[in-house]
Design a protein around this ligand. Structure first.
Ligand code: NAD
Ligand code: DAU
Length: 337
């Protein structure tokens, strides 16, 4: 299998590439990544000399570059991770989200249609469904798409383009919608690595609103196995939900991190809420279990403990990532408000 992976220098993409090269000895991976603030080739150091791995720096929204890559690539499958992925940044400036998440996805779909692939896998999110009330049943794949942030609206637009390319042109598209990932190499703008990094630096822990928003957490390894399963067994045109069956309030998550690191709850600071903040996500994953023979293996408690340990053991990685352009963003989000 010759795979084109986009956004492979980011958190989930880098975990996926390392997973695939380890688990599938006859799969080849080309990683197309623009290396935005979130892309970090250090995440792929252990595979950079692997003869089954090639890195290409480029933008998925660059029509000519993408066509050139497909013309010479002979790809059997595309896995599209490339995206602007952070909700708070989309609230500050939605422009790059439309450019990459919507236009970039359309450029890839068009190239896949022109050159032909066996499967186009779009890595999507539970956020396209909108928000649940406390007693609502979890999202199924049939739930209406009702995004609330510029980020989730751009991902929903991409999902609808995927649907249209399947319905109109018969492109074999599979859409994976997954809940909140955590694990090694996650950029410390997201809740779990931000809180771990702040605890390690003895900084306050900024919890939005009342801290009672609920997310469903899945270890990134479980998500990577799910993507591989959908690539191999997914039905063209189908949507699959993935999640960890681990609903937690943000406050629970932050308190658990403090407990693991043996630090006091007095580090918690309640700060202004995120505008349009979705209250609760929860995923019904029965379809993926039934059709893809997949289920999450990590419990949240074991996964979080292993993740905290990874960040403690890789403090230099965090430091290098935090020293870059991220500093400016952190000041704007948390220190100047
Ligand atoms: P990330 O922000 O860590 O990484 C994104 C990667 O995409 C980076 O390497 C970046 O350089 C690259 N990129 C951005 N714009 C690009 C462009 N125009 N062309 C080529 N490369 C570009 O993101 P992540 O958390 O790893 O998420 C990956 C995907 O999974 C995204 O599509 C996201 O919407 C989706 N997703 C994420 C989560 C989560 O919890 N993190 C959950 C569900 C779905
Ligand atoms: O649900 C899947 C989505 O999960 C992905 O599609 C996104 O790419 C990914 O970023 C993530 O989005 P969230 O907005 O859920 O993740 P984030 O880590 O930004 O926030 C998780 C929760 O924690 C959310 O309720 C907001 C809250 N939060 C976040 C930050 C960064 C805080 O309370 N304080 C913070 O400083």
């Amino acid at each position: 299998m010759r795979l084109l992976v986009t956004g492979g220098a980011g958190f989930i993409g880098a975990n996926f590439i390392r997973f695939v090269l380890r688990e599938y000895p006859d799969w080849h991976v080309t990683n197309l990544d623009k290396l935005t603030y979130a892309g970090n080739l250090e995440n792929l150091r252990e595979v950079e000399d692997n003869p089954r791995y090639t890195f290409v720096r480029g933008d998925i929204a660059d029509r000519e570059a993408v066509a050139g890559l497909f013309a010479g690539g002979g790809f059997d499958a595309v896995v599209n991770f490339a995206a602007e992925s952070h909700v708070d940044r989309s609230i500050l400036d939605a422009g790059p989200f439309i450019e990459t998440n919507v236009r970039g996805t359309q450029v890839l779909l068009e190239a896949a249609r022109r050159y032909g692939v066996r499967v186009f896998l779009q890595v999507s999110t539970d956020e396209v469904y909108g928000s649940l009330g406390p007693d609502d049943p979890p999202f199924t794949e049939e739930h209406p798409v009702k995004p609330n942030s510029p980020y989730s609206a751009s991902k929903a637009a991409a999902d609808l383009l995927c649907r249209a390319y399947h319905e109109t042109y018969g492109l074999p598209v599979v859409v994976n919608r997954c809940s909140n990932n955590y694990g090694p190499y996650q950029f410390p703008e997201k809740l779990i690595p931000l809180m771990i990094a702040n605890v390690l630096e003895n900084k306050p822990l900024p919890v939005y609103g009342d801290g009672l928003n609920v997310r469903d957490w899945i270890h990134v390894e479980d998500h990577c196995r799910g993507i591989a399963a959908a690539l191999r067994r997914g039905r063209p045109g189908a949507v699959y939900n993935f999640g960890g069956r681990a609903e937690r309030t943000n406050l629970d998550v932050v308190r658990t991190i403090l407990r693991i690191l043996d630090r006091p709850e007095s580090l918690i600071r309640f700060v202004a809420d995120r505008p349009g903040h979705d209250r609760r996500y929860a995923m019904d994953i029965a379809r993926a279990e039934r059709e893809l023979d997949w289920r999450p293996r990590w419990t949240f408690e074991d996964g979080l403990e292993a993740t905290v340990r990874w960040y403690v053991d890789n403090a230099e990685w965090v430091q290098r990532v935090r020293d870059g352009a991220y500093r400016e963003y952190y000041r704007r989000m948390y220190e100047e408000r």
